[in-house]
Design a protein around this ligand. Structure first.
Ligand SMILES: *[C@@H]1O[C@H](CO)[C@@H](O)[C@H](O)[C@H]1NC(C)=O
Ligand SMILES: *[C@@H]1O[C@H](CO)[C@@H](O)[C@H](O)[C@H]1NC(C)=O
Ligand SMILES: *[C@@H]1O[C@H](CO)[C@@H](O)[C@H](O)[C@H]1NC(C)=O
Length: 477
């Protein structure tokens, strides 16, 4: 359903347009929008420094330093590790508002992935054992304006393109392809010609994404994943030591007791699939701390728990991924009404990440739920044996166009699935996006591309300031 406030906002924007530019055409409509202005120099360096030091204080100096070294790899890894900076910049320049976009609407608010960049998608198996390529991280999800996800992915396309020495003309074309597919799929879903249940599988995907799905399905197995992290001791799966696999480490007695005690409430009260309450299935075999995972979330407390699975055979055991959750990066920039619409409908932030996952993904993992222990709320999901990331090395105009199209498709499907009126979402996000953009699709694509190229330059500037700060030991203080 399309709300009247959306029409009111559009009418107000049009009145403003005709007041300022009597001969208003599409180009003057575009000129009214404040383009993102790149910040640089000493003031920016200070802003980046204080921002990174504030945000990473909680994880402590050692893990902060590890995260900074990970961010030091490229402008794109810096972007992955600094989502909060993106939201602060968009707030400071009023980018997601009627002055920053002619496609702003207060009601265009699906569940957001919340940190939507080119590496927050990947392969995994859904609850009917099909390997798909889709959004795969919901830690930063909240309900908010759709442009936050569109813009963040668009800027990541620019970073991927520039990393591969593509020209800005070609990069712009790829961003336009992304926005084009997003709009086109939204329109098709709105008009009922396609379904928001569609997923990218070996049948529907093409190019590198298709190759990735096919390879994951052919070469990944549960046993291979289990054997990467554990060995079978007296017919029981036991995690490797940190010396055997540096990505895991032993839990201490406090952690072991806390997780063991939290387990029953997790599978009895928070799992909603047919696995709910299955004591034999969820019998703990072993547990470990998970180290070195992610970029943005590097340093966040995280555990792996091996459970029995369907049979007592150690080859069908499952690994649960248990991760501490807090408020997402977008949170401080939302209205109190928008915050409350989600906060009042979820039990805690781990439940919020789980609800987002279920809203955005078709056939979401049936192990989803949350645990409460040691004063925190931890989301629980299965670690998929088919988890693989896309390699964007060497992309060209043609291959990056293919990827951008499918990213637009995946995002449109996810946003379109996530509405329905709960949590502050509209009844139909596809109808709102369609009416905002109908007849002015090219203006939309141009605005997305203008932002992405400007913000890509902001990230490159920041990355170079960041390297100087890192070399001068001014981070993680
Ligand atoms: C955003 O604006 C605030 C208030 O003016 C300022 O303190 C902050 O440094 C700015 N953030 C960035 C990233 O420029
Ligand atoms: C960051 O990366 C640059 C370029 O590879 C390198 O020269 C520098 O030593 C790195 N910084 C740290 C602290 O490792
Ligand atoms: C065990 O780990 C927890 C969580 O990391 C920590 O807070 C606690 O101090 C550790 N306990 C001991 C005895 O080392």
């Amino acid at each position: 359903m399309v709300s009247s406030s959306h029409f009111a906002a559009l009418a107000a924007a049009l009145m403003l347009l005709s007041a300022c530019a009597p001969a208003a055409g599409l180009s003057s409509r575009r000129m009214l929008i404040a383009l993102y202005a790149v910040n640089s120099g000493t003031a920016r360096s200070t802003a980046v420094q204080s921002h990174l030091n504030t945000v990473n204080k909680a994880i402590g100096a050692t893990l902060c330093r590890q995260k900074m070294l990970q961010m030091n790899v490229s402008a794109f890894t810096f972007y992955r590790g600094s989502n909060e900076l993106y939201y602060q910049d968009l707030k400071n320049q009023s980018t997601i508002s009627a002055t920053g976009s002619s496609f702003y609407s207060a009601t265009a608010t699906p569940w957001l992935q919340g940190d939507f960049h080119a590496q927050n998608m990947g392969t995994f198996d859904n609850d009917v054992n099909t390997v798909i390529y889709d959004l795969n991280d919901f830690d930063e999800s909240f309900v908010g304006n759709f442009l936050y996800d569109v813009y963040r992915l668009a800027a990541s396309i620019v970073l991927v393109g520039r990393e591969n020495s593509m020209t800005d003309t070609d990069i712009r074309s790829c961003v336009v392809s992304f926005a084009n597919f997003y709009l086109d799929k939204m329109k098709g879903i709105y008009q009922g010609t396609i379904s928001d249940s569609a997923v990218l599988t070996a049948t529907s995907a093409y190019g590198r994404i298709d190759d990735l799905i096919i390879n994951a399905a052919a070469s990944d197995t549960r046993k291979k994943m289990l054997d990467k992290y554990s060995t079978v001791v007296n017919s029981k799966r036991t995690f490797m030591t940190n010396a055997q696999n540096s990505d895991v480490d032993a839990v201490n007695a406090t952690e072991r007791t806390a997780i063991t005690n939290a387990m029953t409430a997790y599978f009895t009260n928070t799992v909603t699939s047919s696995l709910k309450g299955n004591t034999a299935y969820f019998a703990i075999q072993d547990m470990a701390r998970r180290l070195n995972a992610g970029t943005g979330s590097l340093g966040k407390p995280r555990y792996y728990v091996i459970i029995q699975g369907a049979t007592s055979d150690s080859s069908d055991d499952r690994i649960l991924d248990v991760k501490l959750q807090g408020k997402p990066s977008v949170y401080p920039y939302l209205t109190s009404t928008a915050k409350a619409a989600v906060d009042n409908a979820v039990a805690n932030d781990a439940d919020r990440a789980v609800k987002a996952y279920k809203a955005l993904i078709k056939g979401a993992d049936n192990h989803l739920g949350y645990m409460s222990f040691m004063g925190g709320f931890y989301s629980v999901r299965e670690r998929s044996p088919f988890k693989e990331a896309l390699d964007t090395t060497g992309v060209t105009l043609s291959s990056l166009t293919n990827l951008a199209e499918q990213w637009g498709w995946a995002l449109a499907n996810a946003h379109a699935r996530s509405d329905g009126g709960l949590y502050g979402t509209p009844a139909s996000i596809e109808s709102i996006v369609y009416s905002l953009t109908s007849g002015v699709q090219d203006t939309f694509k141009a605005q997305v591309a203008d932002f992405a190229l400007a913000y890509g330059s902001q990230v490159s500037t920041d990355f170079s300031l960041f390297r100087t700060l890192l070399a001068a030991n001014k981070l993680c203080l």
